[in-house]
Design a protein around this ligand. Structure first.
Ligand code: SF4
Length: 72
């Protein structure tokens, strides 16, 4: 597992935007940690048409914080 910091893709609303109910994605946002080899699509309008894929610890200036998710 790797830690995901504020401002990184794993906590961005565009990360995996194409499938927001994905359990693994929800886990990443809840725990702020992600598997080492996790990669997902970026749904940012400027990237989506390029089918950009990023890791949870990637980032860009298009970051928008996903809604806060609390652990149970
Ligand atoms: S590349 Fe930018 S817009 Fe896409 S998920 Fe990462 S921080 Fe968000």
């Amino acid at each position: 597992m790797q830690q995901v910091q504020d401002g990184q893709c794993g906590l961005c609303s565009h990360f995996g935007e194409q499938h927001p109910q994905d359990q693994q994605l929800i886990q990443i946002r809840t725990k702020h940690e992600a598997p080492e080899n996790y990669v997902d699509q970026c749904g940012h309008p400027k990237h989506a048409e390029l089918d950009l894929r990023v890791t949870p610890i990637s980032g860009c200036s298009g970051f928008e914080a996903a809604p806060e998710m609390q652990a149970d």
